[in-house]
Design a protein around this ligand. Structure first.
Ligand SMILES: [Zn+2]
Length: 85
């Protein structure tokens, strides 16, 4: 299946758009996404966005934990046992 406009032969870069981005001609339905395909793509994008958001939050939490761990005195330091000398 060609992904070029039948009128001007320009590349169809957005298969959600009913008209050609170059010449404005109406594109045949078989070159476009169906409503169900668009819905499936949007759903997948939302799942991916939520996944990335969760990953980002986990990374930020790990960074915070690491920062806090650095602030607490190490069990290997003398100040841990004797306080500040
Ligand atoms: Zn065109």
């Amino acid at each position: 299946m060609s992904n070029h406009c039948p009128t001007c032969n320009g590349v169809i870069y957005n298969r959600r758009c009913k008209t050609c981005g170059y010449c404005g001609a109406e594109l045949p339905a078989q070159l476009l996404f169906t409503a169900a395909e668009i819905e499936a793509i949007d759903k997948e994008a939302a799942v991916l966005a939520a996944f990335h958001q969760k990953q980002k939050a986990e990374i930020e939490l790990e960074d915070l934990k690491r920062q806090l761990a650095r602030q607490q005195p190490s069990v290997f330091s003398t100040s841990y046992f004797f306080g500040k000398l």
